[in-house]
Write a protein that binds this ligand. Sequence first.
Ligand code: ZN
Ligand code: ZN
Length: 335
Amino acid sequence: MIVRKLMRAMVLNTPGQPLAPICPRTPAPGPGQLLIRVHACGVCRTDLHIMDGELAQPKLPLILGHEIAGTVAALGDGVTQFQTGDHVGAPWLGWTCGVCTYCRSGRENLCEAARFTGYTLDGGYADYTVADQRYCFRLPDGYDFAEAAPLLCAGLIGYRSYRMAGERIERLGIYGFGAAAHIIAQIAVHQGKRVYAFTKPGDAEAQAFALRLGAVWAGDSTAMPPHPLDAAIIFAPVGALVPAALRAVAPGGVVVCGGIHMSDIPSFPYHILWEERVVRSVANLTRRDGEELLAAASAAGVRPTVQRFTLEQANEALERLRRGLIEGAAVLTME
Ligand SMILES: [Zn+2]
Ligand SMILES: [Zn+2]
């Protein structure tokens, strides 16, 4: 496979500023790393939080992007799990220490030394990127690169949130019907759950989109569902949704906050938490989540809805995501 010496990339130099196009040298894969020819990279709300300085520890300058779908273009020393030409995905979790208490207890998502793609490591808003083979996934058959990309964060974090909502639930509420919600709703419906979709008040398009994907009910986030929910996942970064979701779940119900950043949660009366309701967050992902999500998406025949942009249109894609104008997931394609 021919690897170009220089590549295109969109780089964040200073939080608060738009991304700038650059043409750096194509990185060489280090020991255990893959050089990935990026064909598609999803645009995630976390990218906005990084650009806005709400996640305060980025590497700078930084190539954003942690929903990377591409082809293995070259192998670093010692790579055994992949060959050149393999279709591969690289997610947010880019490296963990492997020796801390979290890593040794199946909770590598909480590793304090973890490195994250498109945040503390350069990511996929580029023609090429390097990634540690141990954190990469083989892409399932039947997806083109642009469709596979949103599975790698929206799908994955959505899946971890869904898993934390509990196995025995019947009625699942989803607050914020964007990239993660539209993937996880398809899996939940396939698994026989009844999905209730909550959107920004008056967002008839998002509500219609949710119903098309199999939700049994769609309405405003300020509304109460027709039946109490067994669990709710909040994907929108809006703290006021926490008490709203608590009021919508039945006794014993779990409210899962799926985002990496959220506005402050207003105070609420104890009685809406009483009766063993639970509020929890999810952070990052484990490799097990990735394997399970890709298998579940394949089994459910999940079809991500994607809006494609070129690499140079990254700022436009981010702005449209910020303004709530993306149906499904925004993806940069490098072909
Ligand atoms: Zn660790
Ligand atoms: Zn993400």
